[in-house]
Ligand binder design. Structure first.
Ligand SMILES: Nc1nc(=O)c2c([nH]1)NC[C@@H]1CN(c3ccc(C(=O)N[C@@H](CCC(=O)O)C(=O)O)cc3)C=[N+]21
Length: 246
């Protein structure tokens, strides 16, 4: 994923990538996190998820200095989504949910009073997105669905806006979508390897949905680039806070 570094260079932010060996243990991950926390040259960083199987992701996210958490996934920052229901949130927001909101706003998709069905309750997208969309000022009504939801198709059919973030290729079918609804395809799954050697990716939304939806955020090309934009926005905000400007 060179995208984040390309974007950083484009706006004049210096970026580094720390690769650990495939057999690195949890102690090496934590040593790296502590080093980045202590390094005054580092404004912010993310621990790229998923970590290898068996590693404690929660422990890694907690170890990140909240002031450098440009992923918005440290419990102190995530907690603002619950605690700061009235005022403006000044802590970093999780990048993908913030990107979804920004996309919907920039495309003038109405949200207040609208019914939004979010598919997926994961840490990086579904769970925080539900909190973000139901805040005062956004005022959407959210149904947060998941793998145990009874009759997902019926839930999706009632939605003015559908956000699919589960990682099940082409899960959302055209006949599930209310004509004219806005649909955001957030999930990505690797479904093989192209002849070029590049990974073949599939979104959570069946391509046929384009015929029914009023607006469809494509995948690739939609929420992914917005996620990167929100990451950089968090970096700039962290730099301003560290400099006492904001
Ligand atoms: N700590 C952490 N935070 C994350 O935010 C995080 C993560 N771990 N692990 C992986 C997921 C996934 N994710 C993407 C971001 C941008 C694109 C993106 O820009 N995609 C381009 C295509 C990029 C390409 O061509 O390689 C697009 O959709 O057009 C995709 C996926 C962030 N995640």
């Amino acid at each position: 994923m060179g995208g984040k570094h390309r974007d950083s260079a484009e706006i004049g932010v210096e970026s580094i990538r720390v690769d650990l060996p495939a057999d690195a243990g949890e102690d090496e991950v934590h040593a790296t996190i502590q080093r980045l926390n202590a390094d005054p040259a580092v404004t912010g960083y993310i621990v790229q998820l998923p970590l290898p199987a068996g590693m404690d992701e929660h422990a890694a996210l907690v170890a990140v200095d909240p002031a450098k958490d440009v992923d918005g996934l440290h419990p102190a920052n995530l907690g603002e989504l619950v605690l700061g229901v009235d005022g403006e949130i000044t802590t970093p927001l999780p990048c993908t949910p913030a990107g979804c909101l920004e996309l919907l706003r920039r495309h003038d998709v109405p949200l207040a009073g609208q019914h939004i069905v979010v598919i997926g309750r994961g840490l990086t997208v579904g769970r925080p997105l539900g909190l973000l969309l139901t805040r005062k000022g956004v005022d959407a009504t959210v149904t947060l669905t998941h793998s145990r939801t009874r009759d997902l198709a019926a839930e999706v059919r009632r939605a003015d806006v559908v956000v699919a973030a589960v990682g099940v290729p082409h899960l959302v079918k055209p006949e599930w979508v209310k004509p004219g609804a806005a649909v955001l395809d957030v999930g990505v799954t690797r479904v093989g390897t192209a002849a070029s050697g590049r990974a073949k990716l599939a979104g959570d939304v069946d391509p046929g949905v384009a015929e029914v939806a009023g607006w469809l955020s494509p995948n690739p090309g939609g929420v992914g680039p917005m996620t990167r934009a929100m990451l950089l926005s968090n970096v700039v905000a962290a730099a301003e806070r560290a400099a006492g400007i904001a």
